[in-house]
Design a protein around this ligand. Sequence first.
Ligand SMILES: [Zn+2]
Length: 269
Amino acid sequence: MSFSRIIDRGKGPTRLFIGGVHGKEGLTTIKILKYFSGTSIKDGKLVLHNFGESSYVSTLEKRYYTSNVGKKVLSLIKEYNPEIYLELHSYKPESYHKLTAEDRREETGVPPLIELEEGILMGSISPLIRITFFHKHDFPFILEIPSNPSKKSLKVCLEILNLVAGSRDRNEILEKLGRKYPSAVKKARIYFIEFSDNIVSIFQKALKKMKNTKFRDPNFIKDYITNEASVRGLSITEKQADQIVQALSVYQEHFPDSDGGISWRDDKV
Ligand SMILES: [Zn+2]
């Protein structure tokens, strides 16, 4: 199930597509990653990696990133520093409702996944690494494919991978995807603004506070986040406050020498 390949077409953007992030998902995602030819790539690099079986820990939990496979995921991201990053996941049919439900923010802290077609769902990656390892205008995203995908699902998924791999940046991807899936991309854009205006702005505020004071106790940090959100009239769920606390701790572990400026910035627009 473990598989790795690099397609190098010279100068240009770096893309990293990974699968088998947790549990048995690699059994499904290998069917895509191994047969992805990358013919659409005109320049830059694509790194493909599929992991074998591991125990299932959600990527929304900080402990995922201290597990063996979680550490490998982070080391790939650190090594290649991709502008375009895809996590290919797979789901059992009975999870479809939970993944796409409107109240997913309350349950898990993240917005519902959006269906493109044939059961292929799109969403953002875990906020724990979205805020800390990527720039605002990178394109890190998740595709969820059914664990027993039909031929049609596989075909649609490969077409999306081709579209993404053949693009140079976030704008190009969203424009091309938007032509194919206008309502899904409209939703994705709204979720992105919501995330940026709420979660990221509070994260940055709390990070600044932590840099300037001996502000370390997770309970105090969470209180600060909740309070700050209500003062500024931002909508943050309990789960989201927990995730901001965890993202802060991921950031401090991986970027201890940072001066408080963070990787989420506008410099790549
Ligand atoms: Zn998954």
